[in-house]
Design a binder for this molecule. Structure first.
Ligand SMILES: *Cc1c(COP(=O)(O)O)cnc(C)c1O
Length: 367
């Protein structure tokens, strides 16, 4: 009898596995710590909690949990259309924007195709390429920032997708908005540009993020991806969206599951879009948190990468050791072994007291 391994599609057996940050409860149990004393600043979650308007709407929606969700996300897409002055047909909603990253692969990738991305960039891009038998083409960052000219040079006739995030994860850096638009316009027409805007709201308020809607209007093959997981604090509910041409959105809608986004998430997202006081406060507090961590690192003599997102890279020498030592002290950060940056950790900007605790423990651990 063949084993299950022998029966499996060979590409599944070589598929790398995404390593998520551990939940607080697991760390507490493993290390015998009080979960209430642990802070998790590892997964770029919102330290202010979820959008209050979003949670209120989610609670109300729970009362109707016996019903299937609206498979077309009609109300949310109408709301998004109004917000962005696009048509509802230009939107596709996903189970987190992670699902949309994969759906783009499902629509466009065949074995042997090439997918261009930065290195380091969000780990999921590479996983999606490999999942569909495509070849990840990784273009090293320069000064921790995407090298757009080199990415353009990496494009070949086999390139089908370019994944690009601004701000980038894990570096938190951005390219100039004008340069990003020039890059998009310079790509040949057989390439689809996935513009991952998971953290763009932290930059948008300062006018430093590109508006990609003109690219869509020009008929370019580009999709913007947004998430409710970061600024809106709804990571647990799993909801994000893409906006593109109607044709692009229709292709993605064709390959998703009919009820890919649950009703609680849809209700929360619709309400959270109006939670302007909350989001403005989060952007403000994130900015002071970035300054606090940067300043603290300077005092400790540690190099950090000035970030425009809600996290920051800090060079600590032995990232695995510092990650481990911090965790024993109740501070969970992200080691970057998986991103080939073993000397660095990535820390999510927390509340002011969390940032202070991080810096205090970092000082002890690095002394
Ligand atoms: C967090 C993140 C996302 C969003 O993930 P969700 O699936 O929406 O929670 C997308 N891209 C990048 C680069 C991220 O860091």
């Amino acid at each position: 009898m063949p084993t299950l391994q022998e029966l499996a599609n060979p590409s599944v057996l070589t598929q790398p596995v995404y390593e998520p940050g551990k939940p607080i409860e697991d760390v507490a149990r493993e290390l015998g710590l009080d979960p209430d004393g642990i802070i998790k600043i590892a997964s770029n979650e919102n330290p202010a909690g979820p959008s209050p308007l979003g949670i209120e709407a989610a609670r109300r929606a729970l009362a109707q949990a016996q019903l299937y969700p609206d498979g077309g996300c009609v109300a949310l897409r109408a709301k998004l259309a109004e917000k962005w002055r696009l048509s509802p047909e230009q939107f596709v909603v996903g189970n987190g924007s992670n699902e949309l990253l994969e759906l783009v692969g499902r629509v466009f990738l065949r074995p042997g195709d090439e997918v261009v991305m930065g290195a380091p960039a969000f780990a999921v891009y590479k996983l999606v390429a490999l999942l569909f038998g495509a070849k990840p083409v990784e273009v090293p960052l320069v000064n921790h920032t995407h090298d757009l000219a080199a990415m353009l040079r990496a494009v070949t006739p086999r390139t089908r997708i370019v994944y690009y995030a601004s701000p980038n994860n894990p570096t938190g850096t951005i390219n100039n908005a004008g340069e990003i638009l020039d890059f998009a316009r310079a790509l040949p027409p057989h390439v689809v540009l996935v513009f991952d805007e998971a953290y763009t709201e932290f930059v948008e308020a300062d006018g430093d993020a590109p508006d990609i809607r003109p690219l869509i209007a020009e008929g370019r093959h580009v999709i913007g991806l947004r998430t409710f997981s970061k600024l809106y604090g709804l990571a647990a509910l799993r909801i994000g969206y893409g906006y593109a041409s109607e044709e692009f959105a229709a292709l993605l809608n064709r390959v998703r599951q009919p009820f890919n986004v649950n009703a609680i998430a849809q209700a929360a997202a619709i309400a959270a879009l109006d939670d302007h006081d909350f989001t403005a406060r989060c952007v403000r507090e994130n900015k002071s948190g970035l300054a606090q961590i940067e300043e603290g690192c300077r005092e400790l003599g540690l190099e950090c990468v000035p970030s425009r997102a809600n996290f920051m890279l800090v060079k600590v020498g032995d990232g695995a050791r510092v990650f481990d030592a911090l965790q024993r002290r109740g501070v969970i950060v992200r080691p970057l072994r998986g991103y080939a940056m073993p000397e660095w950790i990535r820390v999510t900007i927390g509340t002011a007291p969390q940032n202070e605790k991080f810096l205090k423990e970092l000082k002890q651990v690095c002394a």
